[in-house]
Structure formats: structure tokens, C-alpha cells
Design a protein around this ligand. Structure first.
Ligand SMILES: Nc1ncnc2c1ncn2[C@@H]1O[C@H](COP(=O)(O)OP(=O)(O)OP(=O)(O)O)[C@@H](O)[C@H]1O
Ligand SMILES: [Mg+2]
Length: 273
């Protein structure tokens, strides 16, 4: 089981395996030690929502493994369960059945507080509907994860992140005074402010015009490359998906690679490019 220190080390000083993987060297990937702890491992995930006659099982025994420094796109039709899956993988929601581990720690043994502690400072989340707190300014929304992770609350840091997403002139605005795309960018700044090892983003460019979306995507992939931030993105945008190391399609409650293989297939055949 990895400690926070070894995880940090993995992120800051990627191993030769990581570098090979980023170089898309499938042969090197096949030589990856199978015992390396993934950042995220899900086995036989099931999620049923609703109850009685209206109960539906959205995820039906889904498996996935994601390693440090990867960028993974999750695609699929509207209603396929992508947002549901992302919330589960981030430990924001509870499984009906299955096993899920983040950073080598099983979430099933943790209560809500335990899951929140595991996420704090290590996991960033960009919600599809942003979920900014309406009574807080953009800057205050961005500062929130620092407060929750009991880190030093540094308003300059919040300003810098807002500037990186092009919102230096909107720092003191409330969400209702911001456009949808501006709110989305505040949500992205908030997800990154703690410099988490793992970021989940649900359609992070869904409300942005192409130029702004490209700029936000450039930022995401720069952080992925330079800081080793592992990215798990849900997107309907094929261009954004194509920039990720691999794309997985959610269909019929399970993830598939583009050649139709159900995830995971161990070794390089599990990677679709
Ligand atoms: N709490 C709930 N109660 C009942 N049904 C739910 C609940 N949460 C999600 N669903 C249903 O589960 C399905 C999957 O929803 P989800 O939001 O995960 O889809 P999605 O793939 O993210 O879609 P989109 O691309 O439109 O965002 C939908 O049919 C939705 O109506
Ligand atoms: Mg969704």
C-alpha cells in the first residue's frame, strides 16, 4: 500500500514506466510491474438508483484500473451513467456492490467522513453542473477545498488559479453574476487549487466555446504532463477525448475500449492506442 509520500514521489518523479507510458510505448507498458498500486481500482462496480418498481441498475459489474499520470476519457451516450460513475470513482457516492480503492485504500471500509478525509487535498472534482456555492464569491469558492483540507488558506493562490482559467477580472463575483462558462472555469480552478494527485472532470469544457475550451483543455493536459496529475474526464467532445492517453466507452453499465474489449484486459491490449 502506498503512503502519501510515495504517491507524491510517484507524481513528482515519474518512474521509467510512467515516462514510457507517456511516450505511448506499448511494449514498455506490457513490461509494467503488475503489482504497482493503481491510483484507482474498481472491481465489479454495481450501482442501482431508485427503489421498488422504479429502481434501475446503471452500472453492472464494471471494472477499471487507472495508473498515476494517466489521462483517461470516459465517453458514452447521454444517460449511460457517466456522471454516476465519476461520482462513485471519486468516493462521492456509495456503491451498491463491488470494490473500489483510491491510492490503494479500499473505500468500502470507510464511512463518509473517512472518504472525505481520503479525498481531501488529493482528489479534485469538476461537476457537470459546477455546484458552486451561491453565496460565496468565485475566490471564496476556489478557497473552499483548501479550508476543507486544513491547508493554509492563501487568497493569492485562489487568484492565480482564477487567472489561469482567464477569470482574473471575476474574482469577487458571485456565481449568479457569472455566465455558465465562467462558472465552469471557477469549478475547474476549485478542483485544482489543492494540487491534487487525481482530478475527475465531468464535461469540463461542455459549456465553453471552442477557443476557451481549448485553453482550458491545454491547462488540464499541461498539469497532467508537468505535475503528473492523473485525469479522468467525461466528455462528449471527440477532440478532447483524443487528447487523452486512452478512451473508454460506458455502455450497458460497463466500460469498453474502442475495439469493444471490456475493461480491464491486463497488459497492452487494455490500452486502445
Ligand atoms: N438518484 C437517481 N434516481 C433515479 N435515477 C437516476 C438517479 N441518478 C441518475 N439516475 C438515472 O441514471 C441514468 C444515468 O445518469 P447519469 O447522469 O449518470 O448519465 P450521464 O451518462 O452522465 O448522462 P449525460 O451525458 O446526459 O450527462 C439516467 O437515466 C438518470 O436518469
Ligand atoms: Mg452526465
Amino acid at each position: 500500500m502506498s503512503t502519501p509520500e510515495t504517491r507524491k514521489q510517484d507524481v513528482e518523479h515519474p518512474s521509467q514506466d510512467d515516462r514510457s507510458r507517456h511516450g505511448r510505448d506499448d511494449h514498455a507498458l506490457s513490461a509494467r510491474p503488475q503489482d504497482r498500486t493503481p491510483v484507482l481500482m474498481a472491481r465489479q462496480l454495481e450501482k442501482t438508483v431508485g427503489s421498488g418498481a422504479s429502481a434501475i441498475t446503471i452500472l453492472k459489474g464494471l471494472d477499471v484500473e487507472i495508473h498515476a499520470g494517466e489521462s483517461v476519457a470516459i465517453v458514452g451516450s447521454s444517460g449511460a451513467g457517466k456522471s454516476t460513475l465519476l461520482a462513485l470513482l471519486a468516493g462521492l457516492d456509495t456503491l451498491t456492490h463491488g470494490e473500489l480503492a483510491l491510492f490503494g485504500e479500499s473505500l468500502s471500509s470507510l464511512d463518509e467522513d473517512g472518504r472525505a478525509r481520503l479525498r481531501a487535498g488529493q482528489v479534485g472534482f469538476v461537476f457537470q453542473n459546477f455546484q458552486l456555492l451561491p453565496t460565496l464569491t468565485a475566490q471564496e469558492n476556489v478557497l473552499l477545498p483548501l479550508e476543507l483540507s486544513e491547508r493554509r488558506v492563501d487568497t493569492e493562490q485562489a487568484r492565480q488559479w482564477l487567472a489561469r482559467v482567464g477569470l482574473e477580472a471575476r474574482v469577487q463575483h458571485l456565481p449568479k453574476q457569472l455566465s455558465g462558462g465562467e462558472q465552469q472555469r471557477v469549478a475547474i480552478a476549485r478542483a485544482f487549487v489543492t494540487q491534487p494527485a487525481l482530478v475527475f472532470a465531468d464535461e469540463p469544457t461542455g459549456n465553453l466555446d471552442r477557443a476557451t475550451g481549448d485553453r482550458v483543455a491545454d491547462l488540464l493536459f499541461t498539469l497532467n504532463r508537468e505535475s503528473g496529475t492523473t485525469l479522468v474526464l467525461v466528455t462528449h467532445d471527440p477532440q478532447l477525448a483524443a487528447r487523452c492517453d486512452r478512451t473508454l466507452t460506458l455502455d450497458e453499465g460497463r466500460l469498453h475500449t474502442h475495439d469493444g474489449t471490456t475493461v480491464p484486459s491486463h497488459g497492452p491490449e487494455g490500452v486502445d492506442r
